[in-house]
Design a protein around this ligand. Structure first.
Ligand SMILES: CC(C)(COP(=O)(O)OP(=O)(O)OC[C@H]1O[C@@H](n2cnc3c(N)ncnc32)[C@H](O)[C@@H]1OP(=O)(O)O)[C@@H](O)C(=O)NCCC(=O)NCCS
Length: 162
């Protein structure tokens, strides 16, 4: 089941992001907890969304995504985070979340979804995941996250031109 994130979910969602190995606890607090607090505090626009995939049996969050409309572009959205509890990897949770994000972006009039990520090995699985789902590399910024750590930008059109 996929539902909007609630304020009570925040500790579990931050812990889940840390469990993927992509965030140290202090980074997760500074980035993800802060964004979720802003989201629930109404300090972000209405086109900022956090979606949570919950296990039907336990109701526990096993994956989540945060995405938002980019107000500097025409109907372009950014997927800022997608992550699944490692115990659930390879069971279709990421696929369900990404499909949900795409349909929500489409429903809200978006035409394009961008994803930025690092080119280093810890995100290799995520990059394969995006490529298999039709995302194409449209840019690369050498040494963006640090020396030797390039930023890779993926794009997919989620709606056909009117
Ligand atoms: C990238 C990520 C979100 C994918 O989530 P996931 O839940 O493992 O993804 P899925 O299970 O939907 O798909 C992954 C693979 O498992 C396979 N799969 C899907 N359903 C399956 C099932 N029921 N049983 C077994 N395998 C399955 C899919 O075929 C897919 O393989 P493919 O990519 O070769 O096609 C996850 O690996 C993750 O959280 N990574 C760490 C965080 C991260 O890197 N985030 C992105 C930062 S930019």
């Amino acid at each position: 089941m996929i539902r909007p994130a609630a304020p009570d979910d925040t500790p579990a969602l931050v812990a889940l992001a840390i469990s993927t190995g992509l965030f140290q606890p202090d980074e997760a607090d500074a980035l993800l907890r802060a964004v979720l607090d802003d989201l629930h505090g109404g300090r972000l626009g209405r086109d900022h969304l956090a979606a949570v995939w919950c296990d039907a049996a336990t109701g526990r969050p096993s994956g989540w995504a945060y995405f938002a409309s980019n107000d500097k572009a025409d109907r372009v959205w950014d997927l800022w985070w997608i992550g699944v509890d490692p115990a659930w990897h390879g069971r279709g949770v990421g696929d369900a979340l990404l499909s949900f994000v795409e349909s929500e972006v489409r429903r809200r009039g978006g035409r394009m979804l961008l994803i930025e990520t690092s080119a280093l090995p810890p995100t290799a699985r995520a990059r394969r995941f995006y490529e298999k789902r039709g995302y194409a590399v449209c840019g690369r910024v050498p040494d963006f996250y640090g020396e030797g750590d390039d930023k890779v930008v993926y794009v997919a059109r989620v709606a056909t031109a009117p």
